[in-house]
Write a protein that binds this ligand. Structure first.
Ligand code: BGC
Length: 551
C-alpha cells in the first residue's frame, strides 16, 4: 500500500548547532523557523529534529527530564507549535526524536525512584541489588559500568548510556501506558512522526552472573540488551497504541534485524515505517591501510551495499544516510584525504540518494562541511567522546595517539555549528557558540553556495531529480540491479520499472574509467560539465552520473 512518506526526502537538524537567534550561543527553534525557506529550496519534505525536550543536556538532549516541555534554550512549546504549522504550510512534516529507552536522572520519575528505591514509583526503572559491587559486569555503551549505586543502599540502577540516563523498565505496564500517552500527545500536535532513539535496547535479558570479562573487568553485553527476544511484544504494543492510530512516519534506530523478520519490523504492518540502514557505519577510509589499495575500500563497501539492498528488496524501505550527529562527516569517512574536493562530495550524494529507500541529509552535508580536529581533548564536550579517549589511554596509548584517534572517529565532529556565512562565528550566533565553529567557514558556507555551480546547487538538483514526477515512481518503487560489479572502483546500479531504466554510475577511482555502455543516454545528472558517450562510456576520475534509458 502506498503511503505519503514513501515520497519523503528527509533532513536532520541537530538543533543546538543549527541557528541561534537570541545570542546565547545555542541554536533554537526560531532559528529553524528562520531557515524553513532554505529547506524548501533544497526540496526536502520531512524534517527530523534531534531532541528539543527539557533536558540537563548531559547527552545534549538525549537525556529528557520533561517529555511535555520544550527546553527553554530551544524556545517554548508555542515556538514548536509555530514551527510545526509553518513547516506544514510549506509541505514539510516535522519528526521529533522519541527517547524512550531512558530518561534523564533529573526526570521527576527518577527523582521519585531515588527517594524510595524499593517503592512502586521506582518500578519505572531497573533497580537491582548488588553483591559486593554492581549486579553484573555489563559495560555501558558509552564506557564504564552500566550500573550506578544509589547512595546509602546496596541498590544499583541500570544505564546503558551515561549514568545520567537511567534505563526505563519496559516490563512495567503502567510505565508503558504513560509513555504511549505522551507519544499520542505529541502526535496530536500535528507531528509527522518520530525518529525513535535506541529502541532496540528496551528489552533486557536478565543475567545476574558476571560474564568472562575483558581486561577492565567489564563486558559488552549487547546480546543481552539489543533486539532481545520478546522485544516484538513491546514494539507491537507501542505501535498499536500510538503510531498506527495516526498516519505517522517513524524511523527507528534499530540494527541487525534478521532478513526473514524484516517485514514484521518495517513492512506495511511493521512496528515502524522504516529503520536506518547502518550497514556503512563501520566503514572508515584509513589512510595508512588503504594508501596502497584504495579500491579495496570501495570494493568492500560496494559488496555490502548491494547485499543490503538485496536484503531489503521490496519488503519495505530502509532509510539511507551518510551522515548524522553520531558519526564523523562523510568526506573524512569515505574519501581519501587527497581526493576530498567538490567532485568527490558530489559523488557521495549521487551514490546514496538513488538507492531504494528514504534518503536523509544531515545539516551541513549539503554544503560539504568537514570534521574539525581538535588540539586538545578539552575542546571536546561529549561524554562518550571523553570516555573513548580514556579507554584509549587505558589501553596504553599515548595522549597524542589517543587524541589522533578521537579526532578521526569521534561523533562530536559532526556537531560543529552550521556554517551559514563568512561573518564571525559563521553567522551561527552573535554570542559565544556552545561548541567551536570550524575555521574553514571562510571557504565553506551556505551564503557562498547560494549562487553558482556549488555543492548546495548540486544537492538541489539531486533532490529535484529524486522528486521529478517523470522518474519518481521508479526511484521509489523500482527494482535495484547492481551493474558492472566486476569493475574495480565502480559503483553502479540501475533502478528499473516497466517504463524506465535509470542508471547511476560512479567512478570512485583517481583514473579514467571506460565502461561498455554504448547507446547514448539522456544525462539527468553529472558532477562534471561533460560526459563522453560513444561506443563506450568514458568517465573522468571521480565522475558520477545519472542516465535515463527509454524502454
Ligand atoms: C543517539 C545518541 C545518544 C544515544 C542515547 C543514540 O543512539 O543517536 O546521540 O547519545 O542514543 O540516547
Amino acid at each position: 500500500m502506498k503511503k505519503w512518506w514513501h515520497e519523503a526526502i528527509g533532513y536532520q537538524i541537530y538543533p543546538k548547532s543549527f541557528q541561534d537567534t537570541n545570542g546565547d550561543g545555542i541554536g533554537d527553534l526560531r532559528g529553524i523557523i528562520q531557515h524553513l525557506d532554505d529547506l524548501v529550496d533544497l526540496g526536502i519534505n520531512v524534517l527530523w529534529l534531534s531532541p528539543i525536550n527539557q533536558s540537563p543536556m548531559v547527552d545534549h538532549g538525549y537525556d529528557i527530564s520533561d517529555y511535555y516541555q520544550v527546553d527553554p534554550v530551544f524556545g517554548s512549546n508555542e515556538d514548536l507549535q509555530e514551527l510545526i504549522q509553518q513547516a506544514d504550510s510549506r509541505g514539510i512534516k516535522i519528526l521529533l526524536d522519541l527517547v524512550i529507552n531512558h530518561t534523564s536522572d533529573q526526570h521527576p520519575w527518577f527523582q521519585e525512584a531515588l527517594s524510595d528505591p524499593t517503592g512502586p514509583a521506582a518500578q519505572r526503572y531497573i533497580i537491582r541489588h548488588g553483591q559486593d559491587g554492581p549486579p553484573n559486569n555489563w559495560r555501558s555503551i558509552f564506557g564504564g559500568s552500566a550500573w550506578t549505586r544509589i547512595p546509602e543502599t546496596d541498590l544499583y540502577y541500570l544505564h546503558l548510556f551515561t549514568k545520567n540516563q537511567p534505563d526505563l523498565n519496559w516490563e512495567n505496564p503502567t510505565l508503558r501506558q504513560e509513555l504511549y500517552g505522551m507519544v499520542r500527545y505529541w502526535l496530536d500536535q500535528g507531528l509527522g512522526g518520530f525518529r525513535i532513539d535506541a529502541i532496540s535496547h528496551i528489552k533486557k535479558d536478565w543475567q545476574y552472573e558476571n560474564m568472562p570479562p575483558d581486561s577492565d573487568g567489564l563486558v559488552n553485553g549487547f546480546e543481552y540488551f539489543r533486539n532481545v527476544a520478546g522485544i516484538e511484544a513491546f514494539l507491537d504494543e507501542l505501535a498499536e497504541n500510538t503510531f498506527r492510530l495516526y498516519d505517522s512516519f517513524t524511523i527507528a534506530e534499530m540494527d541487525d534485524i534478521q532478513q526473514e523478520r524484516l517485514a514484521e519490523f518495517i513492512g506495511d504492518q511493521g512496528y515502524f515505517s522504516t529503520v536506518f540502514d547502518f550497514f556503512h557505519t563501520k566503514f572508515y577510509i584509513r589512510q595508512e591501510r588503504y594508501a596502497k589499495d584504495p579500491l579495496g575500500f570501495v570494493e568492500e563497501l560496494k559488496e555490502e551495499l548491494f547485499q543490503r539492498q538485496a536484503y531489503v528488496a521490496d519488503q519495505g524501505f530502509m532509510t539511507n544516510f551518510i551522515e548524522n550527529h553520531d558519526k564523523i562527516r562523510s568526506p573524512g569517512k569515505f574519501i581519501p584525504k587527497a581526493y576530498i574536493n567538490e567532485y568527490s562530495k558530489r559523488l557521495l550524494a549521487v551514490c546514496y540518494f538513488f538507492l531504494r529507500g528514504i534518503p536523509v541529509i544531515y545539516q551541513g552535508q549539503e554544503i560539504g562541511m568537514e570534521d574539525y580536529p581538535k588540539e586538545s581533548i578539552h575542546d571536546y564536550l561529549d561524554l562518550a567522546t571523553h570516555n573513548m579517549y580514556q579507554e584509549f589511554l587505558d589501553k596504553g596509548m599515548s595522549a597524542e595517539d589517543a587524541l589522533f584517534w578521537v579526532n578521526l572517529e569521534c561523533r562530536e565532529n559532526s556537531r560543529t555549528p552550521m556554517q551559514w556565512d563568512a561573518t564571525e562565528q559563521a553567522g551561527f550566533t552573535t554570542g559565544e557558540p556552545w561548541f567551536a565553529v570550524n575555521p574553514n567557514y571562510l571557504e565553506i558556507s551556505y551564503a557562498q553556495q547560494r549562487k553558482g555551480n556549488s555543492l548546495l546547487a548540486f544537492y538541489k538538483k539531486v533532490v529535484a531529480l529524486r522528486k521529478n514526477e517523470q522518474y519518481r515512481e521508479t526511484w521509489i518503487y523500482g527494482q535495484l540491479i547492481p551493474q558492472f560489479e566486476e569493475v574495480k572502483g565502480c559503483i553502479a546500479y540501475t533502478r528499473e520499472s516497466e517504463a524506465q531504466r535509470l542508471w547511476v554510475i560512479a567512478n570512485c577511482t583517481p583514473q579514467e574509467m571506460r565502461l561498455p555502455l554504448s547507446a547514448p543516454r539522456v544525462v539527468l545528472l553529472n558532477n562534471y560539465e561533460q560526459l563522453d558517450q560513444g561506443t563506450e562510456l568514458r568517465l573522468r576520475p571521480g565522475q558520477a552520473i545519472v542516465l535515463e534509458e527509454e524502454r
